[in-house]
Design a protein around this ligand. Structure first.
Ligand code: ZN
Length: 589
């Protein structure tokens, strides 16, 4: 893990970073004694087994074993390479990294980085078009639609003009290859050879990822021609359904308000956003995907869905509802009048009325029941059975027995169906039968062999009190540790202590790159704390136990050697080994 970046800088960065702050930027952490806990972001679970230690600056999941320090968390969560994670944290705490030579240049030139760069150039090209004289009609169109000048800037809106090769020529002047432009989805091959610009005569909405890097583009016509919107195709950096429009701007507002308002289109996002409703994201599609929901869950578990008041919107909402409930999200629905979307609603009725609408959001139950009642005849027994059946599919998704009970009661009361009949139908449904199949949790037993508990406890104690490292290592040698993982950790601790360096767990992680050793390290940290007295006794017990075990294995080893020497009739060797055996036994007494 370590290498190109000097260790003192890594130490400095970790010293100025708070892992709780970093992780709470991605998922809601709850206090649990001296630690914090959350549902693990690395495997699917409904009860929290992901622990974060503010004292030790590490995290560990007892479900899947994933563990590490702040660097590791960013690497896993943001899918970063180690130098990228270091760079990100360094920037956060204002530390300037020494200029790197080759390795980073190579990394920068990876395909994704090249695509971001091409997209960035395209963003500025389209932006310039919009602010040029030729962009006046488009600018007027946007202003007439209620998009303010500053909003145009914030969202980097642009214009693709009428030329067939304007972007191609611009990018060529920047030494971008046609191949790369095509891979970025910006140009298309002509039948007769050559290429042309994908987007023409359209307003451009750049789509950024959470870190503000341009992934792709949405493009809207200026008149009523069709298709109204076209989008970038999927590219190595732009995968549909994996990002949420506007999250880069809204994530702090979402976390602070502990609620995300989900809308559909670009303007549905931009118009309320500029009027001050900033905890928004746009799904850019009719239904939310599981990946989008997981992305949002890093910031909040409370979501409000605002969808167009038409049939397609209703169906999309119902579909998203089930996935959200399955994912343990508290979701409410904000239905808008027919033919209205958040964009038109805010422009016609004002943002205050929109906020009131958000405040009076409906529960999933009332919303779904209302939609179903419009579709089926509630007076007819078949209609009634159909509605109840559909409602039960969603109710069945709740894990919590109390919530399920409440909804069953409510369903029974509102529809006039005896509770026992509802329960009978519910029993027919397999647990969470419908809905998306979630990937199973990774096996928890990825550890190779069990670790000697005495060795594990000693490591914990040494981590808690640096002075113990010397005391303990006066009585034990590295060879006394029976496991490659424990002896590796102890050797690093010893080395750091000798150098007079801090032996913090989060720092140790940088040296112990073996996955299972790092995991072991984190596990020990969440073992219960011992008091002063207990600690001294534990140290002595552990040392004694480790010595006994070591002796036992040495004797076993000698025993085998003696047997071999005997069968080889090597009298001299047998005698020497027997002597050794006697000495060892004496030592053990
Ligand atoms: Zn986990």
């Amino acid at each position: 893990m370590k290498g190109l970046i000097p260790e003192n800088i890594l130490e400095d960065i970790l010293g100025r970073t708070d892992i709780v702050e970093i992780i709470s930027g991605y998922l809601p952490l709850k206090k649990a004694g001296a630690n914090f806990k959350a549902n693990c972001p690395f495997h699917h679970e409904k009860t929290a087994s992901f622990m974060v230690s503010p004292d030790r600056q590490i995290y560990h999941c007892f479900g899947c074993g994933e563990s590490g320090n702040a660097f590791k968390f960013l690497m896993r969560h943001e899918r970063l390479e180690f130098p990228e994670a270091v760079e990100l944290l360094a920037k956060k705490c204002g530390i300037i990294l020494p200029q790197q030579s080759d390795p980073q240049a190579i990394r920068r030139d990876s395909l994704s980085s090249q695509l971001y760069k091409v997209n960035e150039l395209a963003v500025s090209f389209y932006e310039n078009n919009l602010s040029a004289n030729t962009g006046l009609p488009a600018m007027k169109y946007l202003l007439d639609r209620g998009v303010r000048q500053e909003t145009i800037k914030v969202f980097h809106l642009g214009l693709a003009g009428s030329g067939w090769d304007s972007l191609i020529n611009f990018l060529r002047s920047k030494n971008i290859s046609l191949d790369l432009m095509e891979r970025a989805g910006l140009i298309l091959p002509k039948e007769q050879g050559g290429y042309y610009d994908r987007f023409r005569n359209r307003i451009i909405f750049p789509i950024f990822d959470m870190r503000g890097r341009p992934l792709g583009f949405g493009a809207r016509v200026l008149d009523n021609s069709l298709p109204k919107y076209i989008n970038s195709p999927e590219t190595p950096v732009y995968i549909k359904g994996r990002n949420l429009f506007g999250l880069n701007l809204a994530k702090d507002f979402i976390r602070d308000s502990d609620c995300a308002v989900i809308v559909e289109g670009y303007l549905d996002f931009m118009i309320p956003y500029q009027e001050g409703v900033k905890n928004l994201v746009a799904s850019q599609g009719t239904a939310l995907t599981l990946e989008q929901i997981k992305l949002l869950k890093r910031y909040t578990h409370n979501m409000l869905m605002v969808y167009d008041g038409d049939t397609a919107g209703e169906i999309a909402t119902l579909r998203s509802l089930d996935i959200l409930i399955d994912e343990g999200v508290k979701v409410k629905i904000v239905p808008l009048p027919k033919g209205m979307d958040p964009d038109t609603f805010v422009r016609k009725q004002g943002v205050t009325v929109f906020k009131d609408k958000l405040d009076s959001a409906e529960s999933f139950f009332d919303y779904k029941l209302a939609v179903l009642s419009r579709r089926f005849d509630i007076q007819d027994e078949y209609g009634k059975a159909k509605i109840a059946g559909e409602m039960l599919l969603t109710i069945n998704k709740f894990d919590n027995a109390i919530l399920r009970g409440e909804y069953i009661k409510k369903l029974s009361e509102t529809m006039g169906i005896p509770q026992q009949h509802i329960l009978e139908e519910l029993r027919k449904l397999k647990p969470s039968s419908s809905g998306p199949q979630l990937p199973a949790a990774p096996p928890a037993d990825k550890k190779s062999s069990p670790i000697n508990p005495a060795e594990k406890l000693l490591i914990k104690l040494m981590l808690e009190e640096k002075d113990l490292i010397e005391t303990i290592m006066q009585q034990l040698t590295l060879a006394d540790f029976s496991d490659a993982r424990t002896s590796k950790i102890v050797s690093v601790m010893q080395e750091l202590a000798l150098q007079g360096k801090a032996v913090s767990p989060s720092l140790l992680m940088n040296y112990v790159s073996e996955e299972d050793a790092a995991q072991l390290l984190c596990e020990t940290i969440f073992m219960p704390q011992l008091n002063e007295l207990g600690r001294e006794k534990a140290v002595n017990d552990c040392i004694a136990r480790i010595k006994v075990q070591r002796l036992k294995s040495q004797l076993e080893h000698l025993h085998v050697q003696i047997k071999t020497a005997q069968s080889a009739k090597d009298e001299g060797k047998v005698n020497i080994l027997m002597q050794e055996f006697q000495n060892l036994i004496k030592k053990g007494d």
